[in-house]
Design a protein around this ligand. Structure first.
Ligand code: FE
Ligand code: FE
Length: 286
């Protein structure tokens, strides 16, 4: 998994012509496996090897001047999982179709859930109705702020908020054979500065130095421990923890559904232009 991420990331760095905070990788490469739905990437030294029966969500992104593209697809080698992948792919495409200027978010969520939960998947002789994971959702995106405060529900709810012209939205859905809800799980790899954090008086030189490095390399973009390793930081665990404890950074641990379950995900970033709904991340592959 480390090799997979490093290959993907070095390709991103090349294609986007990485240039400090002006252009580069927007956040850690998510490659969450099976019941882990999001926010997992290997830390350095992790020995996890991708298996034939794994369901992997590849969630990755780039930015130029802080304008982030957030996109994801799911990989499974065993065709057993095809209906599970199809469910979230179609649910995300439904969300994209429903989205638009003046559209109420609750209507997007209801449409997503209806499509997602029309699928079933048979795994080892047991049939599961696919559930739309209710506590993971799409989100609006602002410069250098991947989750900018508005959530796009993936189930029926009563959000009366309307989408507005000029906004960027990540439309993402997660299909699950588990409870349809995630909780924090496993070792943390993802961190992000709190966007609105004011001045905090730090006591230790090491914390100050690490924060300076984070400001310079990531600003308010999310990063992972491997990205700190990549820029040459070492022995940062204590300082990283302290920066979280004082509220400058937020730790974003992996999010998992029930053990033994499988979760799929698809995600695209759209821009609501006045005369067109542009799917910025669409390619001919997904
Ligand atoms: Fe994403
Ligand atoms: Fe996202």
């Amino acid at each position: 998994m480390v090799d997979l991420c490093e290959t993907l990331e070095s390709t991103l760095r090349k294609l986007i012509k990485e240039n400090g905070l002006k252009a580069g990788i927007a956040f850690p490469t998510g490659c969450s496996l099976n019941c882990v739905a999001a926010h997992w990437t290997p830390n350095t030294g992790d020995k996890t090897v991708l298996q034939y029966d794994d369901v992997m969500k590849l969630d990755f992104g780039t930015h130029v001047d802080g304008y982030i593209i957030d996109s994801a697809f799911t990989v499974a080698f065993n065709p057993t999982f095809n209906p599970l992948l199809e469910a979230s792919k179609e649910a995300t495409n439904t969300g994209i179709k429903e989205a638009g200027i003046d559209v109420r978010l609750c209507d997007v969520g209801a449409a997503i859930q209806e499509v997602m939960e029309s699928y079933e998947v048979e795994i080892n002789g047991k049939v599961f109705q696919v559930k739309s994971v209710r506590n993971l959702h799409g989100h609006n995106i602002r410069p250098y702020k991947v989750h900018a405060g508005i959530t796009v529900p993936s189930v029926k709810c009563d959000s009366q908020i309307k989408m507005e012209e000029g906004e960027f939205y990540a439309i993402e859905t997660f299909g699950s054979t588990g409870k349809g809800a995630v909780r924090e799980d496993l070792e943390c790899s993802h961190y992000m500065k709190n966007f609105d954090v004011g001045y905090v008086n730090l006591r230790w030189a090491r914390e100050k130095q690490l924060l300076t490095t984070i400001n310079k390399n990531f600003s308010t973009l999310a990063f992972c421990r491997r990205y700190l390793d990549y820029i040459g930081e070492t022995k940062y665990h204590m300082a990283l923890k302290n920066l979280c404890d004082v509220g400058i950074l937020k730790a974003l641990p992996p999010l998992s559904d029930a053990e033994g379950s499988y979760v799929s995900q698809f995600e695209h970033t759209i821009l609501l232009r006045p005369t067109c709904k542009e799917v910025i991340s669409r390619g001919d592959d997904y």
